[in-house]
Design a protein around this ligand. Structure first.
Ligand SMILES: Nc1ncnc2c1ncn2[C@@H]1O[C@H](COP(=O)(O)OP(=O)(O)OP(=O)(O)O)[C@@H](O)[C@H]1O
Ligand SMILES: [Mg+2]
Length: 203
């Protein structure tokens, strides 16, 4: 989790962050630009709850990804909501080994598990649209595999429509209310598979 105040964050350009005080710090117009086709809710009482959903999601997306498919998953939520934590649990469950670095400074961290390319983005410090081309982000989003995106609102207008969106809202020290929104048919299929994983998990 990054520090909320500090020299670097003070130096950030004045890119709209969303309405302060809005539930997820994402501007409603950004969410409205890709309406949800299907929605599910989840509650994480603690980080173990976060890990449990990540494991179910990993199981739900593995068939698509291991057959050469693509998925874009956006993670919305305030500083410290748990976007990176959820991503780490998801990557572990997909089979990523070793240290999983946060992409806070590099903007993107690549990962590989057999047959699946994964890119984890954090656009919090992204402030130059030219970087989209120069750093090859367009090519990365055009390639197959899994793309996980923190702070997507900072690159709004450049990013493709997400398949899935997670809106993570802290409601206590460790408790999180989560909304999962599917914005494409592939995302809706993922939510459906996730529900089936849940049923399997509960016997
Ligand atoms: N239920 C929970 N789910 C996820 N993380 C939790 C939960 N409860 C406590 N935490 C803690 O909250 C912190 C979340 O930090 P994390 O870096 O994942 O946030 P972030 O949303 O990625 O923030 P940033 O916007 O700075 O990237 C971690 O220290 C994690 O252990
Ligand atoms: Mg993070």
């Amino acid at each position: 989790m990054r520090q909320q105040l500090g020299p670097l964050s003070k130096a950030l350009p004045d890119i709209p962050l969303g309405q302060v005080g809005s539930k997820f710090m994402t501007h409603p117009s950004i969410l409205a630009s890709h309406p949800a086709l299907a929605t599910r809710a989840d509650t994480w009482p603690d980080e173990a709850g976060c890990g449990a959903l990540a494991e179910r999601l990993a199981a739900a997306v593995t068939p698509t990804l291991s057959q050469g498919g693509s998925l874009v998953i956006e993670l919305h939520g305030t500083l410290g909501a748990g976007k990176t934590t959820f991503t780490r649990h998801l990557l572990r469950a997909l089979g990523v080994q070793g240290r999983i670095k946060s992409p806070s400074y590099a903007v993107v961290e690549p990962h590989q598990v057999p047959g699946i390319a994964i890119h984890h983005f954090d656009f919090y410090r992204f402030n130059d649209p030219q970087e989209w081309e120069d750093a090859g982000f367009r090519d990365l989003f055009g390639a197959v595999g899994l793309k996980l995106v923190e702070w997507p609102d900072k690159a709004a207008g450049l990013l493709p429509c997400p398949d899935l969106r997670l809106l993570i809202e802290p409601v206590g020290e460790t408790s999180r209310q989560v909304s999962l929104q599917a914005c494409t048919p592939a995302g809706a299929a993922t939510l459906h598979a996730l529900a089936e994983e849940g049923e399997a998990a509960h016997g």
